[in-house]
Design a protein around this ligand. Sequence first.
Ligand code: CU
Length: 109
Amino acid sequence: MLTTLSRRIFGPALMGLIMIALPFAGLPAPAQAQSLPQVAGTVMKVDATTEKITIRHGPIPNLDMSGMTMVFKAGSPDMLKQVNPGDQVTFTADRVTGQLTVTTLTKSK
Ligand SMILES: [Cu+2]
């Protein structure tokens, strides 16, 4: 008797919860670093000690920058091991804790 009553009460409530939760399951994840615009550039200098990289880059829309040569903080120390001065690269950059940082870096083939 009690069980039947519980089902009558909680059954619809549970279905209601699932109906509410379902639409959220399909929502896209919030914008991450991966969605930053890809920027073309040439590596000018790599400094593993300070974890900085100098890149002559094209426009960076998300940082409101036109093309220039400038120093970026490397997003990770490993990033700097993949490239050498003169390499053509594609990268994403963002302001991370106030520092202009290369968040992803790929050597062009
Ligand atoms: Cu710049």
